[in-house]
Structures are given as structure tokens and as C-alpha cells.
Design a protein around this ligand. Sequence first.
Ligand code: ADP
Ligand code: MG
Length: 399
Amino acid sequence: MKKKLLVTDLPCSEYEGKRVFVRVDFNVPVNGGKITEDYRIRRTIPTIDYLTRCGARVILASHMGRPKGRRIENLSMAPVAERLNEFLGIKVRFPGAVVGRKVENASKKLKNGEVMLLENLRYHNEEAENDADFSRKLASLADIYVNEAFGTSHRAHASTYGMTAHFEKKLAGLMVGNEIKFLSRLIRRPKKPYLVIVGGMKIKDKIGALKNIIKKADRVLVGGGVAYTFLAARGVSVGKCSVEKEMICWAREALETYKEKIILPVDHVMAEAGGGRKMRVVVTGAGIPDDMTAFDIGPKTVEKFTSYIKGEGTVFWNGPMGFFEVDDFSNGTSAIARSFALATWRGATTVLGGGDSVASLKKSGVKFSEATHMSTGGGACFEFLGGVDLPGISILSDS
Ligand code: ADP
Ligand code: MG
């Protein structure tokens, strides 16, 4: 891939007095109006600092959650505006809308060095539909476009793709630039052996990337929800676990082709299906009984998986090993997280991608600094590593 023009590749004089639209990824967890984890916000501050110091008028926009075109109050960006006030030390303007008269007026009143944050982009269905009119309205707010939302770059939405056609200058933010630089190196020549750990829920979302990554990896450990589709493909009974039926065929083929490479769980922590309140937690080595659902990898699997996670080569991890949000089912993920951190200390290049994966690392008590690279994108990171062109990156100006 060609090198992309970075926001700092242009001198300050290019920004002074200009309105700069920065697509950020402030899709942070909020509980009772309070942000519980703000890694994604902190990571964008250097770009915002550079622009404000240059005298740009900065317009920030992000989505949060999946409001599906409706105005859902607890998915408002208002708490983010407050957190930004704190981080930037200035009062960030928050017009409380995405498009329309109020926003246009506020954008015109912005002074050099000031910052404005738009409301949740997904309050409008037009965002995900990449609607042309909506794209044009967003673009009309600014003179220069910056992508600082790596985690959303695999989506061709209005704010990541459609609106960019209206700009001559489309730049990569510093964080996006870092991600491209680090991950490109990993695509070209990963330090061997290359170990990939996949978990989480949906194979369908990950298949494009998984297909390519399996080829390059020396070993792929499959845990989490995605493991049950592979186990089903191998003919192991999976009880009430959700299996992606349309993926079984592909999984069977992959298991045939890469017999030695793909490592599946050998035991599970499970509970009675739909057990609601207090579930009976059982560990089994065999298949999963008909009335049970597996929510975590078992202790033998942990032993097996961790024996592959060594202090050499490259370790890429995306997707928790189980339903880690519930303590009874967090052991597998925690064990893998600690082993992943150990691999870093022992000299491996370790890369973690994915919103839930980052949260699971935190819950395991592993520090973010115990990974060589923490990607701000899950799907985006996975697809990029799999060699898939990300629309939000491809459209950026070449350097
Ligand atoms: P990421 O955001 O890191 O890319 P995913 O979104 O693919 O990860 O998946 C994360 C979710 O998968 C978590 O909410 C976790 O609880 C869930 N999960 C993983 N394994 C299981 C399982 N066995 N049963 C239920 N949920 C699971
Ligand atoms: Mg996720």
C-alpha cells in the first residue's frame, strides 16, 4: 500500500483558520452517563492538539453504539464532550446535533483553535447507508478531512467514505498513521513463528481476514464463540452453543487444508441453557451435552493454548476466549491475557485488536503497555492484517 499523507505532513500554515473535519472513533463504553473506558479518546488527543495549535477550527464526529437512526439519550456524545473539556483544557462546543441549521451556525462561529463535537452520527440512518445528501451536508461543514477513526475504517459509511469525495485534502490522523505503519510491517514480514489467536462471536464478520491470515500464520488457536462452529464442522456435539450454519462448510474445508495449524478447544466451561440467575457451571472434556451451552474454554484447553504462546515471533490476538463479562466464564480469557503479556516480556511482538478484547485485557489485570501494539480497531485491524483494503484508508491522499 502507498504511504498516506499524515496530518503532520502539512505545515501549520495550511491549517490556520481552516475548518478541519476529524472522523474519530469515540465509541466508548458509557454507564449511567459516565464513560468507563476512554482509551480511544486519549489516543486521538495528539492529532487534535496539533490542529488546534496550528489555529485550525476542529470539528470532531463519531458514532456510539447502534442507535439505528433513532435519538437514544444514553448513546449521546455529551459525556464525551465533557471528557474532552478535561483533556484539552478548553470548552468544547457541543451543538447536540449532527447536521442542520444549529450545527452549520456553530461551525461558522468556531474561532481559530476551537473545537466542536457533533452528536452521534448513527442517530441518522443515512450514516450507515452512506447517503449522498447526508455526506454532502457533513462535508459542507469543513475544508479539510482527517480520518482518525481506525476502528471504523473497514466501513464505507457517509463519514468514513461518502463525504470524503468532497475534499481535496484527505489526511490520516497520527493514530491512524501509526496503525497503518505498524500493521503494514506485520503484513509484509511478520516475525516468525506467527501465532494467531481468534475468539469472539461472529466468524462471518471475520472470514475475509481469517482466510488470508490462516495462510500466513504458523498456528491458529480458535477459542470463544467461533470455536463451536469449527467443532461442529469436526463433528463434535456442541449442545445449545450458537453455531453459524452457513460457515460450517468453510470451517470443514479449513480444518482439512490446515490440519496441523488450527488448534481447537479440548474442554469447556458450560452451564444449562437459558439458566438465567444462578447457573450450574460444569467442565467437560467430551462434546457438549444437548441441554448445555459452553461459555468459556476449559483448563486443559488453557494449558494447551498457553503452551503455544511463547516469547518469540509474533502473536496476534482478536476476540475473547469466552463470555468473559461474567466472572464464572472469564478464566480462559484471563489466562490467555496473562500468557500474552508474558510473551511480550519474553521478546515476542504482540498485537491485540478489538474493542471487547481490549476490555477483556483490562478485566484480566494486564496493562495496555504489556502488548507491543494495541490496535484501536477490532474488525478493521483483523481485515487490514488479512490484506483486505479498508475503504476509509484507501480514500486518503497518498503522501
Ligand atoms: P472484539 O470486539 O474484540 O473484536 P468480538 O466482538 O468478536 O470481539 O467478540 C466479543 C464478545 O464475544 C464478547 O462480548 C464475549 O462475551 C463474547 N463471547 C466470546 N466467547 C463466547 C462464548 N463462548 N459464549 C458467549 N459469548 C462469547
Ligand atoms: Mg466487539
